[in-house]
Design a protein around this ligand. Structure first.
Ligand code: ADP
Ligand code: MG
Length: 699
């Protein structure tokens, strides 16, 4: 049950004074959800985005023009609008250095006579302007008796607004909500707080709603970081609890004698890199433990993740158990199967392919092999996890290119065997800050270096007006025995238009290069896709025109030129993924980014970054900077963290600290029973990560 200390915060916003049913409805739409109204909590976490400087100027002459100015002045004269005319009502105020005309449209003269009596001194604040050489202020925002000057804060917070709520009302109710914040039991480590000079939660909330300066209002303070850290800790603890729970599910140790692995390694035409060796060792250690493995293998495109997966699957087979390798697309599943089959065969392993396209007798045979245990390794798409697929003894599931799967789908993986070890491979170089928020519940192995012998890719941005030159250049590359990917862009997110663009380019290049040109797109029947891919791999076609279906994982070492049309339409991560298809073989590689000008600033920045670096991590960080968190991993999916206060792009240090702290805490106090554990429960409810608490009871 929710700790009662939080009750005032979880009450509906309408319990705040001044929030009636009408304002309540507006707030529900703004800060509530379909299933619940806006609460005091939502307003308390609705933080200012900036502040207005209302510090008084010493005199009218020194008050800033063109900005919000605050000054004391004596009321000299009222000039009501002449009867029947639409002119505004004017009030003249002055001090010894100058005067200001206050301008009121549709004025209520009685009200003005009261608030600005002639002869009285007033503190006035609002936007000061020059009008025909005279200072004027249209509709002052504040008019105060100097005795009440204390009511005017030096910096007045400005809140994000919605239609139907004015700035002053929003400030009043957000601050009222903050007032409701109780003194909380401290859930943070006191030493950590002391070191960073962090205030208490309560004090931090108060400081955020009463900023001491502009920077504070923009969230650049220890108060904002404190609460951001609270939020990160809550999420990391929730993840740690989930992880503990998942690991508790009947773990089984899987370990073999190493014989199959040895055979595979001897059959490889190359030496494993240091990173690969380390990752393989990590994975085997995990598998040999009786707890469930949940590991993320993160490596830039071309870093050689597949062979790591194969070694893991071989280890499972040594123990007489089965593995699956799941790819996001058919093309990729087929490619994996084709490339792994010879190695598997040399080691005496039985490998089968299962996608939605395997039908009839072939499919039945695979299903039988999986059920009997005759098949050691199944490679396929999500079809592997559909109903009717049963395994004899599944030990390991490897998920390739994970970002293509919804995050929630990985939870499905557990369902096929009681204690399936899970290895997730991702080629999207996820910045560390993000990988922690998304994969904080997983261990991580990183392939940092690329296999030896890779040559740098020369990347150039070229205006599409120079199309003819580009065609000439790829003609020369083809003459030299090279192969070319020609990528056509997304057209308005529409498959059909995409395909039309690719088809058109295919036709045009075919006029020039004839049968050397192939075509590949998502709407082709499976067999045709296979044939197009096979022809390119075999070198029968030299130029492959495609949509972005080749983005993920396709590996043709002889392809060393890539043309990307309308490169300005692609995101950075996608450009990087695409470019990763070349630079894999012996020849020097070139990537030509064709763009149609004029370029916007972001598109230009993207192309510049692409020209400057091949470092996937740097590209991902830049991407994050240019696009913001939500988009880096594609459209926001369910299960994505949605931060109220934390800023993963600038709170990376806190995220790492929160992760370490959460792990330690859960190790020492797995049931959250100590005093700090009790406080942590409050924290989990406060940030609505309390589903994790249910796991405590279940376990
Ligand atoms: P990715 O990490 O993008 O999935 P792959 O596993 O497809 O990368 O590997 C890319 C290419 O590098 C493949 O052709 C693979 O055979 C090759 N490769 C993998 N490991 C090494 C290595 N240690 N040395 C040389 N080449 C390697
Ligand atoms: Mg791959």
């Amino acid at each position: 049950m929710r700790p009662s200390i939080l009750d005032p915060l979880f009450a509906p916003a309408t319990t705040l004074s001044g929030v009636g049913p009408k304002l309540g409805k507006v707030l529900d739409r703004f800060l509530g959800e379909e299933t619940r109204p806006a609460r005091v909590l939502d307003l308390m976490f609705h933080l200012p985005s900036g502040a207005v400087d209302r510090r008084p100027s010493p005199s009218i002459a020194e008050a800033p023009i063109g900005d919000v100015a605050t000054f004391a002045a004596r009321v000299v004269e009222h000039r009501p609008a002449p009867a029947g005319r639409k002119a505004p009502y004017r009030v003249i105020v002055e001090d010894e250095t100058g005067d200001v005309t206050l301008v009121f449209f549709h004025a209520d003269s009685r009200h003005l006579a009261q608030s600005l009596p002639v002869g009285a001194y007033r503190l006035i604040s609002g936007k000061l302007e020059l009008w025909e050489g005279m200072r004027q202020m249209v509709h002052p925002e504040r008019i105060l008796d100097p005795k009440a000057a204390g009511e005017l804060p030096s910096f007045e917070p400005v809140y994000p607004l919605t239609e139907g709520i004015g700035a002053r009302v929003m400030m009043r109710i957000a601050q009222a909500a903050a007032e409701r914040c109780p003194e909380m039991p401290e859930w943070q480590d006191p030493a950590f707080l002391a070191k960073g000079d962090f205030p208490s939660f309560h004090a931090a909330i108060a400081a955020l709603h009463h900023p001491a300066d502009r920077k504070a209002a923009e969230g650049d303070t220890v108060a904002r970081r404190r609460i951001g850290y609270d939020e990160l800790l809550a999420s990391q603890i929730a993840l740690a609890l989930v992880r503990r729970q998942q690991k508790k599910i009947a773990g089984r140790a899987t370990s073999g004698d190493g014989a199959l692995r040895f055979r595979i390694q001897s059959a490889l035409p190359f030496e494993l890199t240091e990173g690969q060796r380390k990752a393989i060792a990590d994975i085997h250690a995990d598998m040999a433990r009786s707890e469930r493995m949940l590991r993320l293998l993160q490596g830039d495109v071309g870093s050689g993740k597949t062979v790591v997966a194969l070694m893991a699957m071989a280890a499972a087979a040594e123990a007489g158990r089965q593995s699956v390798l799941m790819a996001p697309t058919e093309i990729l599943a087929r490619q994996h199967a084709e490339r792994l089959a010879p190695l598997a065969e040399k080691a005496g392993l039985k490998l089968a392919l299962l996608t939605g396209r395997e039908k009839g007798a072939g499919r039945r045979q695979v299903l039988e092999g999986l059920a009997s245990g005759a098949i050691d390794i199944a490679v396929g798409t999500h079809a592997l996890f559909q109903e009717g697929v049963a395994f004899h003894d599944l030990a390991l599931a490897v998920v390739d290119e994970q970002h293509r799967f919804g995050v929630h789908q990985r939870l499905l993986l557990g369902a096929k065997g009681e204690a399936v070890d899970v290895l997730v491979m991702t080629a999207t170089p996820i910045p560390r800050t993000l990988s922690l928020t998304w994969f904080g519940d997983m261990d991580i192995s990183i392939l940092a270096e690329k296999p030896a012998g890779r040559k740098p890719i020369v990347t150039r941005a070229i205006s599409s007006e120079r199309y003819d030159e580009v065609v000439g250049a790829i003609g020369r590359a083809v003459e030299n025995g090279q192969q070319v990917y020609w990528v056509c862009p997304l057209v308005q997110e529409s498959d059909t238009l995409d395909v039309a663009a690719a088809q058109e380019r295919f036709d045009a290049l075919r006029e020039v290069f004839g049968g050397k040109v192939g075509l590949l797109h998502g709407q082709m029947p499976g067999r045709e896709k296979d044939a197009a891919m096979a022809a390119f791999v075999a070198g029968e076609t030299r130029i492959l025109v495609s949509t972005t279906v080749i983005e993920v994982g396709v590996d043709v070492p002889n392809a060393s030129v890539m043309v990307i049309e309308h490169a300005e339409r692609f995101g950075l991560a996608q450009l990087h993924q695409l470019r990763g298809r070349i630079g894999r073989g012996a020849a020097a590689s070139t990537c030509l980014l064709l763009y149609k000008g004029p370029l916007g600033p972001i598109a230009e920045a993207r192309l510049t970054i692409m020209r400057e670096t091949e470092d996937g991590f740097r590209i991902a960080e830049e991407d994050l900077r240019l696009r913001g968190e939500g988009e880096v991993l594609g459209t926001k999916q369910s299960g994505s963290p949605d931060w109220r206060i934390a800023r993963p792009e600038s709170d990376g240090d806190l995220l790492a600290a929160a992760r370490d702290d959460a792990r330690l805490l859960i190790e020492r106090d797995p049931q959250l029973e100590t005093p700090r554990g009790q406080a942590i429960r409050v924290l989990l409810y406060l940030f609505e990560r309390d589903v994790a608490i249910r796991l405590l009871r279940a376990g």
